[in-house]
Write a protein that binds this ligand. Structure first.
Ligand SMILES: Cc1cc2nc3c(=O)[nH]c(=O)nc-3n(C[C@H](O)[C@H](O)[C@H](O)COP(=O)(O)OP(=O)(O)OC[C@H]3O[C@@H](n4cnc5c(N)ncnc54)[C@H](O)[C@@H]3O)c2cc1C
Length: 443
């Protein structure tokens, strides 16, 4: 299904061709986990795909670097070699004077371990994996907006190579043309925004900050989560609906951060740097969180949650990962969802490419939002209810005080919060979550 590059000035669609235009079956914008996953799965299914990324490989990204078992499952599906990545065996949850170890359970569809990998390494590995599968990876190429035809359908993107750009045979500016375009550009969602797909302000939004530290406890095999975050001095101020984490990422480093969530824009008004500084100061000295041990700056970003940008497919444009608001409102995790949505988008696009009529192609592409809703719709509706509850400090306080003492309840909570439940079969805990997600509408 390879398309020839249109350097010779083929029939223009959506405007005049530039000398260096390129075309493909699918253009994917952004080589984070969502874009790399989409590009890998598309290339593996024989499609010609361009993966355009504005930065160079190995770029930093504000993230906790934590990969739950559901992220591991997606990496295994992609055939990524994870054999020497840093594993962890579960969550150590601390709050209300208690400390609970919850191992990742061995499930039918999920492994009993998580991983942690610095995003500079993870994202480079995934982009190279997509390129090795056949995707045409263009780094240092900023996509500036969609290219549309007279019917308003996206038929490509306008792009501008950055100064350090070295891809041969393509000019600046250029157009990357394809019948299907995927916005994997993260929280900025430049293409989606340009097409009028704005954020839904009634969906939860999180904010998180993180920094790296050298630590004497960097070999810890548990992901530590601390549930008490105060917006001010402890016990004399609001208990935030969120948690702090310390996760070992290897090479003697830990990723330390915190995040909180709100069902309204108030989350963005908290001074997270101040909360982080106070929280670090209260952490056990054994972690070694001193200024001397900090490696690199504190970084922060918003967490777009619970499908806060829709539709996930319309007019030739698909949204995956953060661009489609796919971070979990339960725990702030977005990598597993980015990988999963990339896979689902690729499956629909590959089916569409094999159809012989425009109507057939649209039907196949519409399978993508339907598959997302089936997989996550009810779950994210529950997540929105969860956020609306825990943003009341008294509810959060009660959860910490009474919840952590109940082991069976915590097993359910851990599966629910980490998206670690079986969609089919499983044990009584899985059945309960399946029932709950079916009882609420996917909206
Ligand atoms: C502090 C913090 C901690 C977090 N911790 C975790 C965690 O531990 N585990 C977890 O699962 N999730 C975590 N998340 C969420 C996670 O980081 C995101 O959900 C995830 O990165 C989404 O992947 P993505 O591919 O959709 O977007 P991104 O990772 O943001 O990738 C988007 C890519 O698109 C590129 N791009 C953007 N615009 C353009 C353009 N116009 N042209 C070309 N390229 C473009 C960007 O350079 C980038 O490489 C955390 C988030 C934050 C802020």
């Amino acid at each position: 299904m390879a398309h020839a590059d249109s350097a010779s000035g083929a029939a223009p669609v959506g405007g005049p061709a530039f000398a260096g235009d390129m075309s493909a079956d699918v253009v994917v914008v952004g080589a984070g986990p969502a874009g790399a996953s989409a590009a890998y799965h598309l290339a593996a299914q024989g499609l010609d795909v361009i993966l355009a990324e504005k930065q160079e490989l190995g770029r930093d990204k504000a993230c906790g670097d934590g990969l739950t078992p559901s992220a591991v499952r997606e990496l295994v599906r992609m055939g990524v070699d994870i054999s020497d990545w840093r594993r962890n065996e579960g969550l150590r949850v601390i709050g209300g004077g208690r400390r609970l170890h919850i191992p990742w359970p061995e499930q039918v569809s999920l492994p009993s371990y998580g991983l942690a990998r610095r995003r500079s390494d993870l994202d480079r590995d995934l982009a190279e994996h997509a390129a090795n599968a056949g995707a045409r990876l263009l780094t240092g190429v900023t996509v500036t907006g969609p290219v549309t035809n007279t019917a308003g359908r996206v038929v490509g993107v306008a792009a501008r190579p950055t100064a350090r750009f070295t891809y041969p045979g393509i000019s600046s500016p250029t157009r990357l043309r394809a019948p299907v375009v995927i916005d994997a550009g993260g929280v900025s969602a430049r293409l989606a925004t340009a097409m009028g797909r704005d954020k839904n302000g009634r969906r939860p939004l999180g904010v998180a900050v993180r920094a790296y530290f050298r630590s004497p406890r960097a070999e810890d095999s548990w992901m530590e989560s601390r549930l008490e975050l105060w917006d001010g001095p402890a016990n004399r101020s609001a208990l935030l609906p969120g948690y702090g984490w310390v996760w070992s990422v290897g090479d003697g480093l830990v990723n330390v951060g915190l995040g909180s969530v709100s069902s309204h824009p108030a989350a963005a008004r908290v001074d997270y740097r101040a909360v982080f500084a106070r929280w670090l100061a209260s952490a056990p000295a054994s972690w070694g969180f001193t200024p001397d041990n900090q490696v690199g700056p504190l970084a922060s970003s918003a967490l777009p949650m619970a499908f806060n940008r829709k539709p996930h497919y319309a007019d030739g444009l698909m949204l995956v990962g953060d661009a489609g608001g796919m971070v979990s409102p339960f725990n702030g995790e977005g990598i597993a969802q980015a990988l999963m949505s990339g896979r689902l988008a690729a499956e629909a696009a590959a089916q569409a490419a094999a159809r012989s009529t425009a109507a057939g192609r649209e039907r196949a592409l519409a399978q993508y939002p339907a598959a997302l809703e089936a997989e996550m719709g009810g779950y994210y509706t529950l997540g929105r209810i969860f956020v609306a509850l825990i943003e009341h400090p008294e509810v959060m306080r009660a959860c910490i005080r009474y919840g952590l003492g109940r082991k069976r309840l915590m097993k359910l909570v851990s599966k629910l919060l980490s998206d670690g439940w079986e969609r089919r079969g499983g044990d009584a805990t899985d059945h309960l979550i399946q029932l709950l997600t079916r009882m609420v509408p996917a909206a």
